[in-house]
Write a protein that binds this ligand. Structure first.
Ligand SMILES: Cc1ncc(COP(=O)(O)O)c(C=O)c1O
Length: 428
């Protein structure tokens, strides 16, 4: 399906106010400048294009989630959302473990993790090197198929080491309202739920072969702003776990659950109501405690979360290079674009491109008085930063900050396209 543009005129200030309200003291205003930790961005960062991530904002995000989680439920950071090493290192002090998606992510996680933290790796085409690394480091392998189980058995035999394995489940449902479905039909991810009981029955055979079947990996979708839908998915997971326990006697020692907590990117989006999720998390903890009691063991439960923890902590900063009018449309052509921020251009899984919250980083106190389109430096009409965006009058040299840019930004973009310089990343 071709990508379309939502051309409703938009103004980033609504999201700015919301962000300032929620994560109060990291982003701010300073005499019309967007500021971070009380200093204007321009004083902190001389060069554009750049990504800036705020430590305090990361801390505030983790704290907001902890505030609604029972103590028995931990947090795993999904590194794929933002693998910038200083950011991952910073988060190591805040979270209970990491979810990795590659050898490089496992190496990073192992380097920064505390002793008490658990690591896991997921992904449908893990290499032999990834299996070997995970087995040697004791990282839980979220296995995605029967074929992969056989490959892990072979590798564990060769190494003479036991493998910690969790079965990644392709559920019979999708997370309703999520931007990206990762379950509920035929998928390359995980093992179809109907095949799970038979595999659980084989845990003794697997143990003889060197696999400790420690648990299950449950992930149904990403980017949901609907607390009710997330709560319903968590309930559906616990129903499945109970059925499987009754059918096979299997009680997981480790459960990794991706709840798909979403981020309100676009002006007009209603942010996810975390408080409304608190009862669902409390119920999850109670259900899993009961499951553990029935099976005679404690079920160590971790929520695997990427986007929600890091999106609001990041800003993408770009600069106007040219201002021109083409047949009645005013364009601000910028030094940053889709090669750094694919999602902003609407090319990362969006069918309808919607405007992101953009603000004039040094003109926050100037009212928006024009409606402009913003383009990046690439020679393709796909390189869009904004359409019909309301901004104060801007000229070459003026800086634009794209809010909510801390997740799936630099690392989820085609940085090699047109061989341009990468964006510089800063953790402040
Ligand atoms: C297996 C797995 N875990 C975790 C995540 C992170 O999801 P999110 O960033 O929405 O929290 C993803 C995202 O696609 C995923 O595929």
């Amino acid at each position: 399906m071709a990508r379309r543009d939502d051309t409703t005129p938009t103004d980033g200030h609504e999201v700015l106010e919301r962000t300032l309200g929620r994560l109060g003291d990291c982003w701010g205003r300073d005499n019309g400048h967007l500021s971070i930790d009380g200093q204007p961005l321009s004083a902190r960062v001389a060069q554009t294009p750049a990504y800036l991530y705020s430590r305090r904002c990361l801390d505030a995000s983790v704290a907001s989630l902890r505030a609604v989680l029972p103590a028995s439920i931990g947090i795993h950071y999904a590194i794929k959302a933002n693998p910038f090493p200083p950011l991952v290192r910073h988060l190591a002090e805040q979270v209970d473990g990491f979810d990795c998606a590659s050898l490089a992510e496992m190496q990073l996680a192992r380097d920064v993790a505390n002793d008490a933290q658990r690591l896991s790796i997921a992904g449908p085409a893990k290499s032999r090197a990834e299996h070997r690394f995970a087995i040697e480091a004791g990282i839980t392998i979220n296995t995605e198929s029967v074929g992969e189980i056989e490959r892990i058995l072979t590798e564990s035999r060769r190494l003479g080491r036991r493998a910690r394995v969790a079965l990644r489940v392709n559920p019979p449902f999708a997370l309703k309202g999520s931007g990206m479905h990762m379950g509920g039909g035929a998928r390359p991810f995980g093992i179809d739920s109907e095949a799970i009981p038979a595999l659980l029955e084989q845990r003794d055979r697997l143990a003889e072969g060197g696999i400790d079947l420690v648990g299950l990996h449950l992930f149904a979708g990403s980017q949901s702003l609907d607390a009710e839908a997330i709560a319903a998915t968590l309930n559906a997971w616990t129903d499945l776990l109970r059925d499987w326990q009754q059918a096979t006697g299997f009680t997981p020692e480790e459960l990794i659950i991706g709840p798909g907590l979403g981020v309100a990117y676009h002006p007009g989006d209603r942010p996810l109501d975390l408080d409304a999720l608190a009862p669902a998390f409390a119920r999850l903890a109670a259900d899993l405690a009961a499951l553990g009691d029935a099976g005679g063991r404690r079920v160590v439960t971790r929520l695997e979360i990427g986007r929600f923890l890091v999106a609001g902590a990041g800003v993408y900063l770009t600069q106007v290079v040219d201002r021109k009018v083409s047949r009645g449309t005013t364009y601000l052509v910028c030094d940053g674009g889709m090669h750094h921020h694919l999602a902003l251009s609407g090319n990362l899984g969006a069918v309808l491109r919607r405007n992101w919250p953009l603000v004039a980083a040094d003109r926050l106190d100037v009212p928006a008085s024009e409606t402009v389109d913003l383009a990046g430096p690439l020679c393709t009409p796909l390189d869009v930063l904004g359409k019909q965006q309301s901004l104060p009058p801007l000229a070459p040299g003026d800086r634009i900050a794209v809010l909510q840019s801390g997740a799936y930004g630099a690392s989820a973009s085609p940085t090699g396209f047109l061989s341009r310089e990468p964006a510089i990343e800063y953790l402040i």
